[in-house]
Ligand binder design. Structure first.
Ligand code: SF4
Length: 300
């Protein structure tokens, strides 16, 4: 039996479903029942009938799935796959900000640990952050952990006062405006599609800014034929699937999230066989971090 056949058989036996983020390897995306960005996957996870969720992504994604589905078994194919940015804020700074600013809303990007979520008022994703921040009654916003997404949202919601945190995604931070400029010179017709985790110098060159699924949707609908994609390279798989006639370029320093690439079909098979790498959360942490996630789902 092939690895794929074994996975399919075990999925039936164990009543399991496979969720995968757009940034994982193509051969993992091919095995998934649902593929998407963090927002889509967090919504999908809530309504699933299967008892076991195999989450092909980094640890904060598995945590979110478990927070929203405590009765389900959530398995991570690689327990060491983590997101550096998810840890780039701390409870003490949040406490100090709450003291300093009246009427403060702590807005937490979903790319964060459960521990950070528990200290926040609402979660957001890159797809819904603008709408959710706009809908909040608070004027002062402490946006954690990503400063680049915070700057993008602040630009869209100028009526709010933003306090910035110093976190960033090391992968999107590698994307450089001089490399984009050179690509544009070589391909004058291209449109530049930018994820808001990119630095401001890159954001300034965008023809479109949006979440990973926003970028895919824009490329699909656009009459343009060539695009520079400023996000993690794994998205190329879905772009090529949906728009085989179009051309997609990445910067010379290709943005690769090595943590997302840790997940392989063999590791999916292993956790399905053994039940290893189950996400276990302390019940207090789970209920406290659920509140901002549920508020996001209600507002988003
Ligand atoms: S691409 Fe960046 S934000 Fe996404 S999981 Fe990797 S390190 Fe985290």
């Amino acid at each position: 039996m092939t690895v794929r056949e074994e996975i399919e058989q075990l999925k039936k036996e164990k009543n399991a479903v496979i969720l995968a983020h757009y940034y994982v390897r193509p051969e993992v995306q091919e095995l998934a029942d649902y593929i998407g960005d963090s927002f889509y996957l967090s919504k999908v996870a809530v309504g699933l009938g299967e008892q076991t969720i195999v989450f092909c992504g980094v640890s904060f994604m598995g945590e979110s799935a478990k927070i929203l589905n405590p009765e389900k078994t959530v398995l991570m194919p690689d327990a060491a796959a983590d997101c550096a940015m998810a840890h780039m804020a701390d409870a003490e700074t949040i406490r100090q900000m709450r003291e300093r600013y009246e009427d403060l809303a702590v807005v937490c990007y979903i790319n964060s640990t459960a521990e950070l979520k528990r200290h926040s008022d609402v979660c957001v994703t890159s797809a819904n952050a603008v709408n959710i921040v706009r809908a909040l009654p608070n004027r002062n916003i402490f946006f954690i952990p990503d400063r680049h997404l915070a700057h993008y949202v602040a630009g869209q919601v100028p009526e709010k006062n933003f306090v910035y945190n110093d976190g960033f995604c090391p992968i999107h931070a590698q994307i450089r405006s001089d490399e984009i400029r050179r690509k544009k010179e070589a391909h004058p017709q291209v449109l530049v599609l930018v994820h808001p985790e990119c630095p401001d110098t890159v954001a300034a060159m965008a023809d479109y800014t949006g979440s990973t699924s926003g970028i895919i949707g824009f490329a699909e609908k656009s009459s343009a034929k060539e695009f520079i994609i400023c996000t993690e390279v794994g998205v190329e798989y879905e772009l090529m699937k949906r728009c085989p006639e179009k051309r997609f370029y990445f910067t010379e320093t290709v943005p690769v999230c090595q943590d997302m690439k840790r997940i392989t079909p063999e590791k999916i098979l292993h956790v399905l066989k053994t039940g290893e790498n189950e996400v276990i959360l302390d019940e207090g942490l789970r209920t406290e971090s659920k509140r901002p996630l549920e508020r996001m789902l209600a507002l988003g």
